[in-house]
Design a protein around this ligand. Structure first.
Ligand code: CDP
Length: 789
């Protein structure tokens, strides 16, 4: 069921502009199995690569013997870090400004780290030979928690870094410490919460990979890569490999899900490219599932302590948060340069209070590097979880209904634009409206009564809420950059003589439906039917520069660029129309798809007439052609929000819990394609449910990764996934050209707290105050037992 606000449609279904649930054009090829993924690419003479990885989490490398591997028939070369060092490629810069070993030379720093790569005529030969590489180690103490990592006697993990004396990776703070401390000193009450957002993995259906094709004669490097950010990766490759940037072409073909996993640059990409350069043949490397889960792009792993200052009548007065992040062995995700903990300082949430102070520390550990924007905008998932769990506990401690408590403390509709105590300017919001709708949809009063009744009968029913605020669409470029690259994005639009168009974007879809929705923006602005517009992304030679698709930034940034370039072309089209109609530009009116003379609607030309004239009869003094490019540097981010309510039944005998009802009201401003938005929300809610109930990549004391397969790392199927009921409110972003906010990540950001809040609600009267994710039956059981004791 979906409760929707009726969209105002400016275009007919045939034109298919904004607000139409146009069917996804990309699906035809996916459903027919005719997509083109990296592993589908086969080039003449192509070789295959496999990687030998460390079985230990922390050890000094004493020797590497590749002779047995080299002797395997079909092996062309075995690459080690020592060999790469000869080309100055043993280490590479990361997207967060750290360095990372491409192939380990001195030490291994996490289980699964890359040590040697075998190039062979066949994938299986390469893998068999990789297993024959023999490495002699001297074992070192593995550090598997950030707490141990920061102890004074912990061994130094990054002894490769000059001047690095501890395992601290970064520190960062936000807000006003003095003012916050002063408020806390005088507050009636302080409520605290310690919680852990466990390490998880984006686990896209398609793992990461590359086909590197470097032509030694021309110097042209064509890299087919699973890349969410092909342009930024091209620049990183130019910097790492010293290849001239004009000779690097990154093609990111169809991508089978990214979720942040395909943002970092991985050692495998660099080794395959270097090997192709030296050997002179194309080389393919595609990760196995095990390699993907053990070594690439983790998410989360945040240990958080929160304190909320309150008045006795339930007003939030201030917030203090201290966060410790487990970054793994290298700081290799992509955070904006100025914000080491991403946008975690949005942790103040949807609530109005004058002061907050946030401190963050990152620690190196002997785990795979992580911290990617996994279905969230730079660490907002962790922040949203923290504040929504804390708000629920604060409401109970004060003795106010959690919905009432939220309502009392919400930033009110007339307070926008709202300056948060950590410096964000929230562009718009109507938090009460979203909460009202969610409560109406769930049947708030009846469900409360039912809960009481159940409790009287010894059954456990819980109701959990989360009223989250997301922040998506970085820049502005003055504030937000990756390695100095301003976080703008771009759109190039060419209208052909027959009135059909091609739209080229700097972002890269991984399943979100860009080929469908971005055409709808052009259709809305120019009246060209969306089915006449081809959307092209993911080829750096053929699209304008952009920072890529992650953190829900495509609609806020590239969507805005698309609207603006369309409007710019409409201005030019108007000049040509004036020439065709022999009228002054000032006398023309625009109605979707045509210009007409004011007061004389029959004297008109269509956008298709104008397109033809642009190449055949353009008029004196007007430049021929109808194409343009726009680089959009957003003035601010967008702030989608929502209210989610979850009802659960907890089995008092086993601790198992089941979702009885889940209502999700989202506000992402103007929806370009409501059907795709719903799909995004369904996906996000499923992820949120998975993290709150079953997903966790954990490590034993030796740093062995537990859960590097789909028997241990549980991806929810349709069987476990609850039924979701969706609702929407529409609060357009005032600065966005079409009033849209991002949505891709909101549901994963918003929902985990609602699920956990529901379970804790069912158990609060028994004395349970917190259960860390994943909230498995045995954890629920243990929490009940502990509360009893
Ligand atoms: O950056 P990413 O594509 O992951 O996220 P997004 O910009 O939030 O968009 C996800 C999908 O939802 C895209 O196909 C968007 O065009 C669509 N969308 C929409 O139709 N209306 C919105 N207000 C926001 C997103």
């Amino acid at each position: 069921m979906t409760t929707t606000a009726e969209p105002t449609l400016k275009t007919t279904p045939e034109v298919g502009g904004i607000g139409h649930s146009r069917k996804r054009v990309e699906d035809a090829r996916f459903i027919e199995g005719r997509g083109n993924y990296v592993d589908d690419i086969v080039l003449p003479g192509m070789l295959h690569m496999a990687i030998h990885r460390s079985p230990l989490a922390h050890a000094r490398i004493l020797s590497i013997d590749t002779s047995e591997a080299e002797a395997v028939e079909g092996v062309i070369a075995v690459v080690t870090g020592e060999l790469l060092a000869g080309y100055n490629l043993a280490w590479m810069p990361t997207m967060s400004g750290d360095t990372q070993a491409v192939l380990a030379t001195d030490k291994v720093r996490f289980q699964g780290q890359e040590i040697a790569a075998v190039i062979a005529t066949d994938r299986y030969i390469a893998q068999d030979a990789a297993d024959k590489v023999v490495v002699e180690y001297e074992e070192l103490e593995p550090i598997v928690t950030p707490q141990r990592s920061l102890e004074a006697d912990a061994p130094l993990i990054r002894d490769d870094k000059e001047g690095q004396e501890t395992n601290q990776c970064y520190t960062w703070e936000s807000g006003d410490k003095e003012a916050t401390d002063a408020v806390f000193a005088k507050a009636d009450r302080v409520v605290t919460l310690d919680t852990f957002y466990p390490r998880s993995h984006p686990a896209p259906l398609e793992t990461c990979g590359i086909v590197a094709d470097v032509n030694s004669a021309t110097g042209q490097a064509t890299l087919y890569m699973t890349s969410q950010a092909p342009h930024a990766h091209r620049t990183v490759f130019a910097l790492v490999a010293g290849l001239p940037e004009q000779n690097i072409r990154i093609v990111s073909p169809d991508i089978g899900g990214g979720f942040g996993n395909k943002v970092p640059v991985y050692p495998g990409y660099v080794v395959a490219t270097a090997a192709s350069l030296v050997i002179g043949k194309p080389i393919k490397w595609v990760e196995t599932r095990y390699e993907n889960l053990i070594s690439t792009g983790f998410g989360r792993d945040y240990h958080m302590h929160g304190e909320m200052a309150l008045s006795n009548d339930g007003k939030i007065l201030g917030l203090r948060v201290d966060m410790l992040s487990d970054q793994g062995a290298f700081f290799s995700d992509a955070q904006p340069t100025k914000f080491k903990a991403g946008l975690f300082h949005i942790v103040t949430g949807s609530y109005d209070y004058p002061v907050a102070h946030v401190t963050t520390r990152g620690a190196y550990t002997n785990k795979a590097p992580g911290g990617v924007a996994y279905r969230c905008s730079f660490r907002v998932t962790e922040a949203s979880y923290m504040i929504e769990r804390l708000v629920q506990n604060a409401a109970y401690e004060i003795g106010i209904d959690p919905a009432e408590f939220r309502r009392k403390n919400f930033i009110k509709k007339d307070q926008f634009p709202y300056l948060s105590p950590t410096g964000f300017v929230y562009d718009s919001g109507d938090y009460e409206a979203a909460l009202d709708l969610a409560m109406e949809m769930v049947g708030w009063d009846e469900i409360q009564q039912e809960k009481e009744q159940a409790r009287a009968e010894g059954r456990l029913v819980g109701i959990g809420l989360a009223s989250f605020t997301e922040v998506v669409g970085a820049g502005h470029g003055d504030e937000y950059d990756i390695l100095g690259l301003r976080m703008f994005d771009s759109a190039e639009l060419r209208i052909h003589p027959t009135g059909k168009a091609i739209l080229k974007l700097g972002v890269r879809t991984q399943g979100q439906g860009h080929e469908t929705t971005f055409a709808q923006i052009v259709a809305e602005e120019l009246g060209i039917p969306s089915s006449d517009i081809k959307v092209v992304e993911g080829d750096t030679d053929n699209t304008p520069y952009g920072l890529g698709t992650y953190a829900s930034r495509s609609t806020p940034v590239a969507g805005a660029a698309t609207a603006v370039v369309s409007r710019n072309l409409r201005e030019k089209a108007k000049k040509i129309a004036a020439h065709l109609l022999e009228a002054s530009e000032d006398d023309l009116e625009w109605e979707v798809g045509k210009f007409y003379i004011k007061g004389d609607p029959d004297s008109s030309v269509t956008i298709q007439d104008v397109a033809f004239a642009a190449y055949t009869n353009v008029g004196e003094g007007i430049e021929p052609g109808l194409e343009g490019v726009h680089y959009y540097d957003p003035p601010n981010m967008t702030y989608p929000f929502g209210s989610y309510i979850v009802v659960v039944d907890v089995d008092p005998g086993t601790g198992q819990w089941k979702v009885r009802k889940m209502v999700a009201v989202d506000d992402c401003g103007v929806r370009i394609n409501p059907m795709i938005v719903e799909g995004q929300i369904h996906g996000g809610l499923t992820e949120g449910y998975a993290m709150s109930s079953m997903q966790h990549i954990s490590f034993d004391e030796q740093g062995n990764c537990i859960g590097a397969n789909f028997l241990d790392y549980l991806v929810p199927t349709a069987w476990e996934t609850p039924r979701f009921e969706l609702g929407e409110t529409v609060t357009p972003s005032p600065h966005h050209p079409i009033g849209a906010k991002g949505v891709g990540e909101s549901a994963t950001v918003g929902s985990p707290a609602a699920f956990v809040n529901a379970v804790v609600d069912a158990l609060w009267h028994l004395g349970v105050r917190n259960i860390d994710m994943p909230v498995s039956a045995d954890r629920v059981w243990a929490a009940m037992e502990e509360a009893k004791a």
